[in-house]
Design a protein around this ligand. Structure first.
Ligand SMILES: Nc1nc2c(c(=O)[nH]1)N[C@H]1C(S)=C(S)[C@@H](COP(=O)(O)O)O[C@H]1N2
Ligand SMILES: [Mo]
Length: 255
């Protein structure tokens, strides 16, 4: 066995292969150099980013069979945002809901639900693990987040994505954030279907994040806006999420 440390170039090549292999699974053409450049460009320390890219964070979460589906996908946290604005959307079957991509994008833009449904989709049966100690297996369908980021042209300077939600907990807006490794992970999707039907209100209608390598509270429901930022320090309480700001849970909740 060679004791020579892997060169940075070798690391880059293998991380590109890992990412490329995974993303090929979604049937998309994958621009290795561009994605690796984005991941590297987004980190203060390129070596740190490469090591993380090579680690198990790029592995797929386990996927299950139809037979494993939970009879009911129980809700947690907000079951219905019930604001005047949200109620109006619900009454209209969310036909006018839009997802705004704001912040560090070359082409900030808004996606209608029809546009999101018209994009290439991914379906996955995964287990959701809530920090409170329960799990549920559900079948989620949605657009890979990568495709939305590519359409809007994520800028080099972006390091995190912040998901702004329609609901408020004790008057404070729910939000969450992830880094670019999770953003480009092939199982990270904006889901609009659960078990072959539109996502129910209790589970985050009409659009919720699935970020399968992390615990339940990272999976933002009722998403209205995805903001690309360089730092989380200026966002809400600065810790990257509603529960993180409250002080209960860690920002990184990998499983
Ligand atoms: N907008 C919003 N997203 C949220 C929450 C919430 O209260 N509001 N709760 C989180 C928690 S703690 C969990 S476990 C999951 C629950 O998703 P479910 O309601 O589909 O079970 O959503 C997460 N995302
Ligand atoms: Mo949770």
């Amino acid at each position: 066995m060679s004791t020579k440390p892997l060169s940075r170039r070798a690391l880059l090549t293998s991380s590109a292969l890992v990412a490329g292999g995974l993303l090929t699974g979604c049937g998309r053409e994958f621009n290795k150099s561009e994605t690796v450049r984005k991941i590297l460009g987004s980190a203060e320390d390129a070596n740190f980013a490469v090591h993380r890219a090579l680690g198990d964070r790029m592995q797929l979460a386990r996927e299950y069979d139809e037979a494993d589906l939970s009879p009911e996908f129980q809700p947690n946290g907000t079951r219905d945002p019930a604001t005047e604005e949200y109620n109006a959307h619900a009454a209209n079957n969310f036909a006018d809901w839009s997802l705004e991509l704001t912040g560090l994008f070359e082409r900030p833009q808004s996606f209608s639900m029809a546009a999101i449904r018209a994009m290439p989709q991914r379906t996955q049966i995964t287990r959701h693990d809530c920090v409170e100690g329960w799990s549920a297996i559900g079948k989620w369908t949605g657009v890979p987040l990568k495709l939305l980021l590519d359409a809007a042209g994520l800028r080099q300077s972006a390091r995190y994505l912040v998901f702004h939600c329609a609901d408020r907990l004790s008057g404070v807006r729910y939000y969450e954030s992830i880094d670019l490794l999770d953003a480009y992970h092939p199982q990270t999707i904006m889901a609009h279907m659960l078990n072959d039907e539109n996502v129910p209100i209790k589970n985050g209608a009409p659009l919720r994040l699935r970020v399968e390598r992390q615990l339940g509270y990272k999976h933002a429901k009722y998403v209205q806006q995805i903001e690309a930022v360089e730092s989380l320090s200026g966002v809400y309480g600065g810790k990257g999420g509603y529960w993180e700001d409250v002080g209960n849970y860690a920002w990184y909740a990998g499983i």
